[in-house]
Design a protein around this ligand. Structure first.
Ligand SMILES: Cc1ncc(COP(=O)(O)O)c(C=O)c1O
Ligand SMILES: N[C@@H](CCSC[C@H](N)C(=O)O)C(=O)O
Length: 400
């Protein structure tokens, strides 16, 4: 059986050894420069900004997992976004979701303000609206699904097909950070560039910042490599090595995280909170999400009706630590408006119906009973629910 036919769980762990000593873990080449065989022959590697064997091992491994021809590893998810926007020319028009991650919104807004690009933000869940906005002036479309943290799901396939038909020069770019390749391989759905913040699920241990960019078209790959080498944002060898190590447990981690997340989302919804999670049948695009992805991920959000109440809940958990980021083995709690999405100004958040009281839970791999107990205790302490016998009841008048 060729490795190409293995399932993702196997591909994550299986690594064909190319090492001279048959080391079972690829060695770390922590070297900035490489001696050349001669003055005229540069050899395979000359300088780590341009290429490094540890980065190559990681990138080749990721290419199999992401079903790409070429993957590049860079210094962060935002670094990946920056490389991608540098493929555009001054004045190019871009369509972007109106619910992209706060940092992506900040990057595109700054390029728009400085006049480098013309960015149009639209509700990408409205497929017909997006289709009507695509024309030959549009050179790039930025998509994310499910969005972070409003968990909106978009019809990637329909948008991508239409874009390629109507605007053949337009690159469809998809941020797959929320799902990871375990749940979705967007290149299979036709997107031109898939990127992810590898700081999240891919690494899974919050000990590095990284971003990955995956493509199938060799010409596009060359253009991306040119930007990475020119700007010097390739991932350092040690971080490549750590990312390779984290990758091996990706499938196990994601499976456990989403198993825990389903239980937490269901429990919160049963109590009466408005929960956003694509694994809940009540999610308005439950069927669409299921048709695109194998799982629902470990991120969910819910509203409490009061920002003070939400803050009280966040400050009362013990296992769920107050921190930005997600996809790590440990569970986190946050209020996106004050934290991860504070870079979107309050007026824009209001226009986009971004609830200020929204709590985001990034569910880890801990024991589910401990996680539920931690949440129950915090919700009781903050005054959001009360215990009556064995049951918990939501205190609907709880507006601090
Ligand atoms: C969906 C999404 N995309 C991109 C990024 C940027 O990644 P990084 O923090 O690694 O720069 C983040 C978080 O930061 C994110 O949540
Ligand atoms: N202060 C940071 C916030 C990073 S948010 C990280 C992550 N994407 C999340 O959603 O939690 C910034 O200004 O970028």
């Amino acid at each position: 059986m060729s490795p190409k036919t293995y399932n993702v769980e196997t591909l994550l762990v299986y690594s064909p050894s190319g090492d001279q000593y048959n080391a079972s873990v690829a060695p770390l080449y922590q070297s900035a420069t490489f001696k050349q065989p001669s003055l005229t022959n540069m050899g395979e590697y000359d300088y780590t900004r341009s290429g490094n064997p540890t980065r190559t091992v990681l990138q080749n491994h990721l290419a199999k997992i992401m079903k790409a021809e070429q993957v590049y590893a860079v210094t962060s998810g935002m670094g990946a976004g920056d490389v991608i926007t540098r493929l555009l020319s001054p004045g190019d028009e871009v369509i972007a979701g109106d619910d992209l991650y706060g940092g992506t919104h900040r990057l595109l807004t700054s390029l728009n303000k400085s006049g480098h690009l013309k960015v149009h933000h639209h509700d990408t869940t409205d497929t017909e609206l997006i289709k009507s906005k695509i024309n030959t002036n549009i050179k790039m479309i930025f998509l994310e699904s499910p969005t972070n943290p409003l968990i909106k799901v978009i019809d990637i396939r329909a948008i991508t097909e239409h874009a390629h038909r109507v605007a053949p020069d337009c690159l469809v770019v998809f941020d797959n950070t929320m799902m990871s390749p375990v749940n979705m391989t967007p290149l299979d759905l036709g997107v031109d560039i898939q990127y992810e913040s590898a700081t999240k699920y891919l690494n899974g241990h919050h000990d590095i910042m990284a971003g990955v960019i995956a493509v199938r078209n060799p010409k596009l790959a060359e253009r991306i490599y040119f930007v990475i080498n020119s700007t010097g944002c390739g991932l350092s060898p040690f971080d490549c090595w750590l990312l390779s190590r984290g990758l091996r447990t990706l499938a196990l981690r994601v499976e456990r995280q989403q198993e825990n997340a389903v239980k937490i989302a269901t429990w919160l919804e049963d109590i009466g909170f408005a929960v956003r999670y694509p694994g809940l049948k009540s999610h308005p695009q439950y069927d669409l999400h299921k048709s695109l992805c194998k799982g629902s991920g470990g991120v969910l959000s819910f509203e409490t009706g009061s920002t003070k109440l939400s803050a009280g809940i966040c400050e009362s958990t013990e296992i769920f630590g107050i921190a930005v980021s997600f996809g790590c083995v440990n569970s986190l709690i946050s209020m996106p408006c004050m934290m991860s999405h504070a870079s979107i100004d309050a007026q824009t958040r209001a226009e986009r119906q971004f609830p200020e009281d929204l709590i985001r839970l990034c569910v880890g791999i801990e024991n589910i009973s401990d996680l539920l107990d931690d949440l129950k205790t915090a919700l009781v302490k903050a005054g959001a629910i009360k215990q009556v016998g064995e049951k918990y009841i939501r205190i609907t008048s709880a507006k601090l």
